[in-house]
Design a protein around this ligand. Structure first.
Ligand code: FAD
Length: 400
């Protein structure tokens, strides 16, 4: 124990005192399931300190793990060194280039780009870490018009498992991330990324809800309706069963082309249902969290997904989503395709038109989740799956 602590101290790597609120927050982050229980938590503020922290762990013979926001945390240290990236949280804009520290969240980037009239291919939750998202390719909520998040990356600075520092250029990134959507890249610790933003086109973005038994009909017609959308529009359907109260369906959409045609298609769906919480589809580039309305506070959850070209049979989920037994379950259906499947120029792609995901909020006791039941349900709804998108697979440890 002394060895790890004294090596960190000797190398001037900041360490979070055990038991303090900052240390406890770093041990789980957003995913509360099975938190890390490290011997020490380092909070480096430079690439050099990340390198020194890795060397200290290697020299002490202890395992180490890295955490940013914790949204995609999959491991749980018992002893060893936890490296929190919170000290590398920064975003600065120079023209269209955004220089992003390894602990930056998408919300930090959007705070710089939106006011400058620029767009970046971020996901649905502003609290998600930029690097963690990119390691799985990055399915943007603008998937069909902006393509995979990884295509915005121009360079990366990485500390490998020996503490050596590398800088990857565009060609190396394109080669390493070619299959990232189904096999997350494990590069070492990314301490800095440069992104190239694009001009922000006029945005149509927002959603509405349908509540109760009519959600079943919404699920039955949703994919057919989505096929009428123009290619610059990307939609999604979230359906949530809650422990008390009726099931809720949330239609979400972003579009970067003319508003008229896309709103005509939106109105065909909206006018069919008694809708609630209609936000008018006028959310701007500066407020990404309002589109999907995902919770910002930490929680325990597991989840899985299947990617497909043909539309899933969402009716297969109805009994699970409407049943009164069991805990809450969320269906998270995301439309992809467009620039994600067929990017302009030589960008990276991911196949399919749909990602069908199920998320089960849970407690620390994994046994309470019927993981096999979820896998069976997904397989029944998506018989011709192309694989799973790793970014939307949630849970700590093996067995999910
Ligand atoms: C509410 C919610 C919404 C989401 N929306 C989307 C979405 O729209 N599109 C999408 O594609 N995905 C989405 N995701 C999935 C998300 O992209 C992944 O879970 C991602 O791994 C989270 O990264 P993080 O840094 O926030 O989380 P963390 O749990 O901190 O990190 C996840 C993994 O990445 C590693 N990592 C993080 N930063 C670094 C770094 N700098 N260097 C090396 N390794 C690092 C960590 O070690 C860990 O293994 C969502 C997840 C949630 C919970």
């Amino acid at each position: 124990m002394t060895t790890l602590h004294s090596l960190l101290t000797h190398a001037d790597v900041p360490v979070l005192p055990a038991g303090t609120p900052d240390a406890l927050a770093a041990e789980s982050g957003y995913q509360l399931l099975c938190p890390h229980r490290p011997e020490a938590t380092a909070r480096p503020t430079t690439t050099g300190q990340v390198s020194a922290a890795v060397r200290a762990a290697v020299e002490s013979g202890v395992p180490y793990s890295v955490i940013n926001s914790g949204h995609g945390r999959r491991d749980s240290l018992d002893g060893g060194l936890l490296i929190s990236l919170d000290g590398l949280r920064s975003a600065s804009l120079d023209g269209r280039t955004v220089r992003v520290g390894g602990g930056t969240r998408w919300g930090d980037v959007v705070a710089q780009t939106a006011s400058a009239g620029l767009a970046v291919p971020h996901g649905s939750a502003p609290g998600v870490g930029v690097v963690g998202y990119l390691l799985g390719g990055g399915y943007s909520i603008f998937a069909r018009s902006l393509g995979l998040g990884i295509n915005a990356v121009r360079s990366m600075t990485v500390v490998d498992g020996h503490g050596e520092i590398h800088r990857w250029d565009l060609a190396e990134i394109r080669e390493l991330f070619a299959d990232a959507w189904r096999e997350r890249v494990d590069p070492g610790i990314v301490t800095e990324v440069t992104l190239e933003a694009t001009s922000a086109r006029p945005l149509t973005a927002g959603g509405f809800c349908v509540v109760g038994a009519r959600v079943r009909e919404l699920m039955q017609v949703f994919c057919g309706w989505a096929e009428e959308l123009p290619e610059d529009a990307t939609c999604s359907l979230g359906v949530m069963r809650r422990p008390s109260g009726p099931v809720v369906g949330h239609v979400r959409l972003t579009a970067t082309g003319d508003r008229g045609p896309v709103m005509a298609v939106v109105d065909r769906l909206r006018s069919r249902f008694p809708v609630t919480e209609d936000d008018g589809f006028d959310i701007g580039w500066d407020d990404p969290g309002r589109i999907y309305r995902e919770p910002a506070s930490a929680r325990p959850y597991v989840g899985d997904n299947l990617v497909s070209t043909s539309a899933p049979d969402l009716d297969a989920f109805w009994s699970a989503l409407s049943g009164e037994d069991g805990g809450p379950v969320i269906l998270d259906l995301r439309q992809i395709g467009g620039q994600t499947a067929h990017p302009d120029r030589d960008g990276l792609s991911a196949p399919g038109q749909w990602v069908t995901g199920l998320v089960a909020p849970t407690t620390d006791a994994r046994q309470e989740v019927d993981a096999e039941g979820v896998t069976r349900l997904l397989a029944a709804a998506v018989p011709e799956a192309l694989g799973s998108a790793e970014n939307f697979t949630y849970g700590v440890g093996a067995g999910w």
